[in-house]
Structure formats: structure tokens, C-alpha cells
Design a protein around this ligand. Structure first.
Ligand code: FA5
Length: 333
């Protein structure tokens, strides 16, 4: 093998070894093997070169330098390549499409409350709010529910184990929105025409139509000469607006301490009748408790169960579905 062939072989082998080196240490070993000043392969070739004839020397020298530079450059490039920090992707392929975000929706009960407020607003009712934690006075006394009345039974109410309320008696989670009637009339002289929607709490046995937290819409209209026929007309209009023209209203005689006479309100929609609330003419004792004169003003009040109406409209067969927070169910509304 002449020297030119030896240089070619040297270069080929060096470049191959460089490309196979996997870390800085391996690159250094290749450098020593091929370019090392004492025992490197190039040193051996250099010694051979000195034996060449004068005529051969310039060309051999040029080829020698070229091979040396090529190997040095390849070493440098490999060293830089291996020295670069690895791309940090934490195993995530950033080119893959991301997870789509699904659009949130309002809960069907929130939608129902908004719709009822809107309907009542169009009928001229103002919207009021009341506290969910109530005192004995607003939940019972002012609503004509005396001390020994069974409606106060601890088994039927969520009493709170905290200090006595302002009017005396314990605090509790309100069991009905009728408390707002009292709070509004205490603050406002007649006439009043309000509705109030919100949560109420009862330790009822949970089943397909009962929950221990549910929503009611309270309505109150006090003015001169308000009658039961106003009540029925307003309820019929509200029902028609929410459920459509195919709805009828039925009153069944009932009893509430704060209304006289009192009725249960049923709505017929399609084939079946559904009990949706209670209503009646505001009892004179309630009007007196808030400082109104029952000789001068009269009024009606109603309390509708929002869940039952929402279920009726959407064909929901079990109230528990509304509070399981299953998005597959909730996203249908
Ligand atoms: C009342 O709560 C009275 N405050 C209504 C009222 C207001 C009468 C103003 C007179 C004047 P009642 O307990 O019947 O009444 O409840 C009214 C409606 O709430 C029921 O018709 C029903 O639709 C709903 N409801 C009652 N209990 C539950 C429950 N555990 N889960 C879901 N809805 C319920």
C-alpha cells in the first residue's frame, strides 16, 4: 500500500470511529488514537513520510495536511454535537394535537331559576333575595307557626348548633322561601309584588321526587282588593309561559299556617297532574305581624318547587340526577 492509500484508509477509519463515538470521553479516545502526538496513527504516517523521495514529498505533504484537518474538524463537530444539552420534552410529543376543552354550561336548575325570574319580571314582579340561614322568627313565628306546631319538629328541620338568633330561638337552614315574604313586608309598605327564588333545606327521605336541598320560587302580591282569582290567573300565566299552552292549573284545598284559605297547586301537562307548590291568601295574622292593616290590604302568596317543574319540562324522571354532577347528564341541557 503506498502512502496515499494509507492516508485514505486512515481518514476513512478515523471518520467512522468519530461518528460512532457516543460521548465526550469516547471522542477524546478517538483523538488520541488517530492524532495523538506520541503514539497516534498520524504520527506513524508522518515518520513514513520522511522516507519519501524529494519529488513525492510536496504532494504527500499536501494530502497529509488535508487528512489531518479533515479528522480534526470531524472531531470538533462531533464534540459540539454531543456537548449540546438534550432537548427537554419530558416525554411529551408537542406535535400531537391537544385535548379539546369542552364548553361549560349552566346547570339546568340555574337555567330554570333564570327563566322563572324572567317570566315573573315580565308580569311586573320585583325580584328579592333572602338568607338561607334563618332565625326562628322569620321561619316560624311571623309565619303564624306557633311554638308547639309540628312544623318546628327537629326531625323536619336542619337546626344549627350555634348561638341564639336576634329574635330569640335557634337558627336553622330555611325550610321554605316564605321567610322572604316576611323580610320584604317588614321593609316595604304595601303594595308589594315580589318573587324570590332560592335554596331550601329539609331532612326529607331522598327519593325520585324528594331531595334534602331543593329550590323554591316564592311569590307575594299584597295590595287593596287582591283575590284568589288573581292568584290563579298569575299561576296559570307563569305555568303557560314555562311549560307551554298545553297546561292547566288545579287548586286542591289544603292548609298552611300563613295562608287562609290555602291550596295545593297542581299543574296538568299532557296526561298527568303534578303537585308543584302551595299557595293561598296571606293570613291576617301575618299581615299584622309585619305591621300591615288586614282591613285595608289583602294579598296572595305561593311557593313553587323548581325541581319538579324543571323535571316536568325536560322529562327528567329522578330528582337525584340533577345533583350527581354527571357531565354526561348535565350537558344535555
Ligand atoms: C311550602 O313550602 C310553602 N311554603 C308553600 C307556600 C308558599 C304556601 C306561600 C302558601 C303560601 P310545601 O311544603 O308543599 O309548601 O312545598 C312546596 C313545593 O316544594 C312542593 O309542592 C314541591 O314541589 C316542592 N318540594 C317540597 N319538598 C320537596 C323535596 N323534599 N324535594 C323537592 N321538592 C320538594
Amino acid at each position: 500500500m503506498n502512502l496515499i492509500e494509507t492516508l485514505d484508509t486512515y481518514q476513512q477509519e478515523a471518520l467512522q470511529a468519530i461518528s460512532q463515538a457516543q460521548d465526550a470521553k469516547a471522542v477524546e479516545e478517538v483523538r488520541i488514537r488517530f492524532l495523538g502526538k506520541k503514539k497516534g496513527r498520524l504520527k506513524e504516517i508522518q515518520q513514513e513520510l520522511s522516507k519519501a523521495s524529494r519529488e513525492e514529498r510536496p504532494e504527500l505533504g499536501r494530502r497529509f495536511n488535508l487528512a489531518k484537518q479533515t479528522v480534526e474538524q470531524a472531531l470538533e463537530e462531533r464534540k459540539n454535537e454531543l456537548g449540546k444539552p438534550e432537548k427537554k420534552t419530558d416525554g411529551i410529543d408537542v406535535t400531537l394535537p391537544g385535548h379539546p376543552f369542552s364548553m361549560g354550561k349552566r346547570h339546568p336548575i340555574s337555567q330554570t331559576l333564570s327563566e322563572f325570574k324572567e317570566i315573573a319580571g315580565r308580569l311586573g314582579f320585583d325580584i328579592e333575595d333572602g338568607p338561607e340561614v334563618e332565625d326562628d322568627y322569620h321561619n316560624f313565628v311571623a309565619l303564624n307557626i306557633p311554638k308547639d306546631h309540628p312544623a318546628r319538629d327537629p326531625l323536619d328541620n336542619f337546626y344549627l348548633a350555634v348561638a341564639q338568633a336576634g329574635h330569640g330561638g335557634p337558627w336553622l337552614l330555611r325550610s321554605q322561601t316564605s321567610t322572604v315574604q316576611i323580610r320584604v313586608m317588614e321593609q316595604t309598605p304595601p303594595p308589594v309584588r315580589i318573587i324570590s327564588t332560592g335554596r331550601v333545606y329539609r331532612p326529607d327521605t331522598i327519593d325520585a321526587t324528594h331531595s334534602c336541598m331543593f329550590h323554591q320560587m316564592e311569590g307575594l302580591y299584597v295590595d287593596t282588593d287582591v283575590t284568589m282569582s288573581h292568584l290563579k290567573t298569575v299561576l296559570k300565566m307563569i305555568a303557560t309561559e314555562y311549560l307551554g299552552d298545553d297546561v292547566a292549573i288545579r287548586f286542591r284545598p289544603s292548609f298552611f299556617p300563613f295562608t287562609e284559605p290555602s291550596v295545593e297547586v297542581d299543574m296538568q301537562w299532557g296526561e298527568t297532574w303534578l303537585e308543584v307548590g302551595g299557595a293561598g291568601m296571606v293570613d291576617p295574622n301575618v299581615l299584622k305581624a309585619v305591621g300591615y292593616d288586614p282591613e285595608k290590604v289583602s294579598g296572595f302568596a305561593f311557593g313553587l318547587g323548581m325541581e319538579r317543574l324543571c323535571m316536568k319540562r325536560y322529562g327528567i324522571h329522578d330528582i337525584r340526577l340533577l345533583y350527581e354532577n354527571d357531565v354526561r347528564f348535565l350537558s344535555q341541557f
